[in-house]
Design a protein around this ligand. Structure first.
Ligand SMILES: Cc1cc2nc3c(=O)[nH]c(=O)nc-3n(C[C@H](O)[C@H](O)[C@H](O)COP(=O)(O)O)c2cc1C
Length: 399
């Protein structure tokens, strides 16, 4: 999340300028304050009005604009931002940046600031590969500028190759890398999330009220802090645009297989999914008809117990170094969680109340063999960050 971060979004005059609107929206949705600076070229491709409507802020494009200079001068605008992101970055604007040419507002702002700069180049492949462009990119990198992309794919000019502007989420991930602490860089995390669904027949299922929200937010948070995350997601788990690898599964058995496969060689496994403890002994093909219970004895259905995923992973020979379980309890939360911590052989457990399932807020207890602490009641994004911080503290021996 980019909560509270101030992003100056520079837009230069390439065909991908229209995607800057999507990028601005994504950054705002993640909590950032975004102000836009557009070159004259960019205004040929997309109107400042679009960006003003999306950001709720005046869009700046003129260097010599005395009225605005009184309100927020170009130097203040440069100082205001935590990061300058230019997307798309044309061959032209990169040349100006690389050579210190300050003949428009964006290139002047670049020259007038000290903080991090992220460029997302976008252009035709030949332009990208042109010796001058490559020289400029190298010079900018030597000056400490970060470059994301360009991606390879179909280009607006009809050719295929390197030159597409990176996806907005990849650009946002680049911003995370610059602004957020990357203490999980180099780690591979596997997280399961959401409910599972057990088939009774081809129509009916046995499931639970879990939404997968907290697990998906933990996956996003770990990604933002530099981990490579693989999410094994049960039905209905929200979209996770920042997470590199995601596998959607349905039943507890599918989830077990996917988790065991993914956990081999991983640094950490977090079992946030509400996995069904039971499955139907004999799922029915087709649809069970009405009337099956008409003999007055009711309908008896046999359930079998599913394998405990987190205990299985904690018991693997090549298990991840850290295994974290979740426990949703109705009563005696701490006592039950302490018992599960020992019985399942996990390193930590997050215990919460079953009433939190499916909601947007949560809270609970974090337990390890020798420590216990309680979170306050908070939104699930904040709670996800709290849980990831507990893991980082545990890994660094602080708990
Ligand atoms: C239709 C059209 C599309 C263009 N697309 C790109 C592009 O994708 N990338 C690029 O570097 N330049 C592109 N250009 C060239 C730039 O618009 C031109 O170099 C301009 O001077 C850039 O100005 P600016 O960097 O100040 O925005 C395009 C030009 C036209 C007419």
């Amino acid at each position: 999340m980019l909560k509270g971060m101030r992003i100056l979004l520079g837009i230069s005059g390439g065909i991908a300028a229209y995607r800057a609107a999507e990028l601005a929206r994504l950054m705002i949705r993640q909590g950032a304050e975004v102000r836009c600076v557009m070159t004259q070229g960019a205004c040929e491709f997309i109107t400042p009005l679009t960006l003003e409507a999306l950001t709720g802020q005046q869009v700046h494009s003129e260097l010599f604009d005395l009225t605005r200079e009184r309100e927020m001068g170009h130097i203040n605008l440069a100082r205001w931002a935590d990061v300058l992101v230019v997307a798309p970055a044309t061959a032209d604007i990169m040349a100006r940046f690389a050579h210190g040419i300050c003949d428009n507002l964006l290139s002047t702002l670049y020259q007038a600031r000290r903080g991090p700069v992220l460029l997302a180049p976008a252009m035709n492949t030949v332009m990208w590969q042109a010796p001058a462009t490559q020289r400029n990119v190298q010079a900018l990198q030597q000056d400490g500028v970060h470059i994301v992309g360009p991606a390879v794919g179909d280009l607006a000019c009809g050719e295929t190759g390197a030159g597409r502007m990176s996806e907005p989420m990849d650009i946002v991930a680049g911003v995370y890398g610059l602004l957020l602490d990357q203490s999980l860089a180099g780690q591979r995390w596997v997280i399961n999330a959401g409910p599972t669904r057990e088939a009774w027949d081809d129509v009916r299922t046995l499931s639970n009220r879990a939404s997968g929200l907290l697990g998906s937010l933990i996956a996003e948070e770990a990604t933002m802090r530099g981990a490579v995350v693989q999410l094994i997601a049960g039905p209905g788990t929200p979209a996770t645009p920042g997470v590199q690898q995601r596998r959607d599964v349905e039943s507890a058995e599918d989830m077990l297989a996917a988790c065991v496969r993914a956990a081999v060689g991983a640094d950490l496994f977090i079992a946030s999914a509400a996995v069904s403890d039971y499955r139907f002994a004999e799922p029915i093909n087709g649809k069970l008809k009405r009337g099956a219970a008409n003999d007055g004895n009711g309908l008896t259905v046999q359930l079998l117990e599913n394998t405990d995923i987190v205990a299985t992973i904690a018991g693997m020979d090549n298990r991840p170094e850290t295994v974290v379980a979740f426990a949703a309890e109705a009563t005696d939360h701490l006592e039950n969680a302490r018992g599960k911590l020992r019985a399942k052989g996990v390193d930590a457990i997050f215990a919460n109340d079953i009433s939190r399932m499916g909601g947007s807020r949560g809270g609970g207890w974090w337990l390890t063999a020798d420590s216990e602490c309680k979170s306050g009641e908070m939104g699930k994004a904040e709670l996800a960050a709290w849980i990831v911080q507990r893991v980082i503290d545990m890994q660094s021996g602080k708990q």
